[in-house]
Design a protein around this ligand. Sequence first.
Ligand code: NAD
Ligand code: UDP
Length: 331
Amino acid sequence: MLDKPKAARRPRTSLVAGGAGFVGSHLCDRLLAEGHRVLCVDSYLTSSPETVAALDNHPNFRRIEHDICQPLALDEAVDEIYNLACPASPPLYQADPFHTMMTSVVGTGNLLQLAARHGARFLQASTSEVYGDPLQHPQQEDYWGNVNCTGPRACYDEGKRAAEALCFDSLRLGQVDARVVRIFNTYGPRMQPNDGRIVSNLIVQALKGEPLTIYGDGEQTRSFCYVSDLVEGLRRLMAVDPNPGVPVNIGNPGEFTILELAEMVLALMPTRSALIHRPLPADDPQRRRPDISRAEGLLGWRPQVSLAEGLPRTIDWFRATLGATAPLVRR
Ligand code: NAD
Ligand code: UDP
């Protein structure tokens, strides 16, 4: 007797809000490589369709131009939603603070409602900024933070805190299987050259032979995670069963002062650039390093790419993208 033909299995459908951005584009690549169908929802506020142009002919990829502050309705099945939509660079999120706050609050609310209607799993891209200028070091997830709710960073920090509250309320109410990742400074290819963040600024300035801008004395610290490590963490948190029900830090615990980072860039690039100091922006956090024991325990995750490995890869990408031809010097 002939076997009945098996019903073709529908690929898992992942919606990536902010999918044309720096992190989102890498996540789209990864999901497509895993055989998912990907709906990339983006308003192109801090990106452009160019970032994902290479995916446009992929049969499992579709772009939807949409601002998540507006409700979104979809006819097709959606199995999981990643909410990465939000400007992440301080000058860009401060350019239109009302819209930044609404993106995190109204936008996350809209996507949670979409997830509830579709029975989709939900992953919210939160941030180390929920810890503000932290009084605990390194930062563990049970630290409630030190955020100035009236300062220029509040539109981002408080918006992300409200988005976390919406996610955990949706979970408690049994409406959405929502998960929250707190992302620490992430870098890599496809950062926007002009978005004002430290890694892109220093590399672009060195490529152009311009002074490297150091805000304040440069003794403030950050911990830099390579983008492929972050994407691995996002996938693991979305997949883990049962839902941990708590936020999870994803970041690289290697901690560097901004001056140390600038020295690393100078050591890797032949440039006439020198350092120039500029005023420290208001409420700029002094120290930041993730405690990743929760990610290690729950997800078996730890970063694989050190700054010494990831920085040259990122410089190579900027050099190729910006058309500079001088060879990379590794001292
Ligand atoms: P990004 O600016 O490159 O990407 C954000 C994307 O969201 C862009 O494509 C932008 O056009 C889109 N977007 C913004 N507002 C939108 C709206 N209202 N509707 C639809 N699309 C909108 O930033 P990124 O570095 O890729 O960050 C991605 C996410 O990760 C953000 O939510 C950010 O807060 C979070 N995060 C990133 C970092 C980091 O270091 N990269 C650190 C902490 C948290
Ligand atoms: N910074 C700097 N020069 C620059 C851009 C940023 O010294 O050209 C500093 C900034 O003041 C902060 C750190 O680098 O202390 C990281 O800045 P970024 O905007 O990348 O991220 P965030 O402050 O959100 O962590």
